[in-house]
Design a protein around this ligand. Structure first.
Ligand SMILES: *[C@@H]1O[C@H](CO)[C@@H](O)[C@H](O)[C@H]1NC(C)=O
Ligand SMILES: *[C@@H]1O[C@H](CO)[C@@H](O)[C@H](O)[C@H]1NC(C)=O
Ligand SMILES: *[C@@H]1O[C@H](CO)[C@@H](O)[C@H](O)[C@H]1NC(C)=O
Length: 655
């Protein structure tokens, strides 16, 4: 109480003296604080007024030491300026102004941390009046750029304790800078058992502060995309600033809570023969989780994320389970997919393969292929679709309907799924010779004429070529076709010829007659020419005489009808030639003998000779049809020889 009263009294007195002007009073005016960056220059202004006027003032600068004492650093009056020796400021200070203006400025260059003290400006007038002002100097040092250290980069959520994520450090700041950890935009604070931010600051020998901060955290899955960084705030003259470190992120390992399995390929329905690719992924991220596939049918297991099943069959159909097992916790999750492999069995045609149907009869055939899917069936003959559906109906069978029918079974839902079967339909009926034109011809003597006969009918007709005088002609070629046979002969024109193509099977006979008129060739021998320049026609009457109606009787096949194995033929040729030569020799010698005996002119001999004469040079008859055929076919190197050579293979035989 006493102190208070005394203070009030003093104030009262002061006011009284001031008003009265009894004491010469000095008013000193200074800023509370001056802020400066370390190393730069600080200016502290001291302004003063006095009722006496301001001339001849004594000005003294000092600072307050740690112990609270004032230490003078500068002194001036109207006559001198003195820098106090031996102080920390001796070398770095100067004072502007004489005091005559009522303002002096203390300039301190190269400000140091230790300069952060209170400066006192003391003014004393000529009389006893005096005053002082004080300014605190504040020094700042911008810290170095902060650094961040990434400690643990891969962290499993299975970790029971908090994990050191990183450390931030900022060095050499003044005053002490602060470090704040951020996750994305959220400042992080310590939370028991969840997060711990440990700051640590040190004072360097220079007096500057260095600060570190360590972030410890219990990692959860949600942190997987977080970015962590530090923000450093520090004071600067007039405010605060901040800088940030770069961002770090952590890889969080967490187990899957679900897996997803699917068929990667093929897309759509699966068929036998496809290669299947199954994929499986979990929603976790963990090196300790193992993904495997299991076929439920037989528990067969594959330890892989991608399961390839090449060339599947219907037996691969079934359920497949994908499991993700965490080998740390032995927890597992799984997903099931089921696979269905579609199939299409080979087509089964009923009746099977070769079917014989009588002319005019009906045929019903079916084609079936077992499939897991809907199928479509079409029947195709000679490249044309003839029927839809799995049943084929052939009504009133004709030769035109004979042939190969193919049924094609497809699965419309799956491209390329197809099978097929065939049916050969034979229509039973008597021979029917096609292409009945070009039967009347004129040919030069000595040329080779090819006659051909195309016969339909089933059973495959036998074709016999004969001449009007009953001789059987050897077939040059015979090709059995789907609906019959094609037969050809080669004849050397030595006279007018009437040739019959007699086709027969058990159901009947058909005959085609060729009439060939032999004409003179202008260019006479040799007989090797095949081209005729001019031909003279001679009328013969007996060529058309043989067109008698044909009865449907079975024609007795000639002794040696074609269709002979060429191998046994070659042996037969040689044998035949030898026999012929022998026969000729015997015949010749007999004739010669008879002639010698003089009996040849008398009886039968004459007749023979006349007949012989009429057909001199012209008769080209093979002894055995197959022999000549083989002779033609088996030329040098197996090639067919030209007509000239070919003719030499024929044997002129008289019967
Ligand atoms: C640092 O943190 C302290 C305590 O929260 C605070 O008083 C001070 O102003 C902060 N410094 C800066 C530069 O923000
Ligand atoms: C952080 O993650 C992103 C993508 O997740 C990546 O591109 C980047 O390199 C990561 N940064 C660090 C510091 O790991
Ligand atoms: C071939 O048919 C004709 C005409 O019907 C007949 O004269 C001839 O005898 C038949 N020949 C054979 C070998 O059947």
């Amino acid at each position: 109480m006493a102190v208070r009263d005394a203070a009030s009294l003093l104030v009262g007195l002061f006011v009284i003296f001031h008003t009265w002007g009894a004491w010469a009073d000095v008013d000193v005016n200074m800023e509370d604080r001056v802020e400066v960056i370390m190393g730069e220059t600080a200016q502290i202004t001291c302004m003063f007024t006095s009722s006496e006027g301001i001339g001849g003032m004594m000005i003294q600068w000092s600072y307050v030491t740690r112990s609270g004492e004032k230490q003078r650093i500068f002194y001036q009056d109207s006559t001198m300026k003195v820098v106090e020796r031996g102080t920390p400021f001796t070398e770095r200070i100067s004072v502007n102004g004489t005091g005559a203006t009522g303002e002096v400025v203390l300039t301190i260059s190269d400000v140091q941390l230790a300069d952060e003290v209170e400066f006192v400006c003391y003014i004393r007038g000529l009389t006893d009046g005096s005053g002082e002002g004080r300014t605190k100097l504040k020094v700042f040092k911008t810290p170095d750029l902060p650094t961040i250290e990434h400690l643990q980069k891969e962290i499993s959520v299975n970790e029971k304790d908090m994990v050191k994520i990183g450390t931030c450090e900022v060095k050499n700041g003044f005053p002490k800078p602060n470090i704040t950890w951020y996750s994305n935009t959220t400042p992080l604070r310590s939370v028991p058992n969840v997060m711990k931010v440990v700051p640590r600051s040190t004072i360097e020998s220079s007096g500057l502060f260095s600060v570190t901060s360590e972030l410890n955290m219990k990692v959860v899955k949600e942190h997987k995309d977080d970015e962590f960084y530090c923000e450093v705030t520090y004071f600067v003259p007039g405010g605060t600033r901040m800088t940030e470190t770069y961002r770090i992120n952590i890889t969080v390992f967490y187990p899957s809570t679900a897996v997803n399995a699917w068929v990667e390929s093929p897309k759509g329905k699966i068929k036998e023969g496809d290669s299947i690719e199954l994929h499986c992924v979990g929603n976790g991220n963990s090196p300790s989780s193992v993904i495997s596939f299991k076929r439920l049918e037989d528990d067969k297991t594959w330890e892989q994320k991608v399961l390839l099943l090449p060339n599947v069959s219907r037996l691969d159909s079934g359920g497949y389970e994908c499991t993700s097992l965490d080998t740390d916790t032995f927890e597992s999750v799984s997903d099931n997919i089921s696979i269905f492999v579609n199939y299409l069995d080979p087509a089964v045609v009923m009746p099977q393969e070769n079917v014989i149907v009588a002319q005019g009869a009906d045929l019903k055939a079916t084609c079936n292929a077992l499939s897991s899917l809907q199928t479509q069936t079409v029947w195709i003959k000679d490249g044309q679709e003839v029927s839809k559906g799995h049943t084929l109906m052939v009504e009133k069978a004709t030769f035109d309907k004979a042939g190969t029918y193919m049924c094609v079974v497809t699965v419309p839902e799956i491209e390329g799924m197809e099978t097929s079967g065939t049916l050969l339909l034979n229509v039973r009926g008597p021979p029917e010779i096609l292409n009945r034109d070009n039967t009347e011809r004129e040919e030069s003597y000595e040329t080779m004429v090819d006659l051909s006969c195309h016969v339909r009918g089933y059973p495959t007709p036998k074709v016999i070529w004969t001449t009007s005088d009953g001789k059987v002609l050897g077939t040059a070629s015979e090709i059995v076709t789907e609906d019959g046979v094609k037969s050809e002969v080669s004849i050397k024109v030595t006279s007018d010829i009437t040739a019959f193509c007699n086709a027969s099977n058990e159901a009947g006979t058909d005959v085609l007659i060729f009439n060939i008129k032999a004409t003179e060739n202008s260019t006479t021998p040799p007989a090797t020419t095949t081209t005729t320049t001019t031909t003279t026609t001679t009328n013969t009457t007996n060529t058309t005489a043989t067109t008698t109606p044909i009865s449907s009787t079975t024609v007795k096949p000639a002794s040696a009808i074609p269709k002979k194995n060429p191998k046994e033929g070659s042996g037969a040729i040689i044998a035949a030639i030898i026999i012929c030569i022998l026969l000729l020799a015997i015949l010749g010698s007999v004739l010669f003998f008879l002639y010698k005996k003089g009996k040849i002119c008398g009886r039968s001999g004459k007749q023979d000779l006349t007949k012989d004469k009429s057909s001199k040079d012209n008769i080209v008859v093979e002894m055995k049809s197959d022999n000549t055929e083989e002779a033609v076919l088996l030329g040098v190197n197996g090639e067919k020889q030209p007509a000239g050579d070919q003719s030499s293979e024929y044997l002129d035989v008289q019967k």
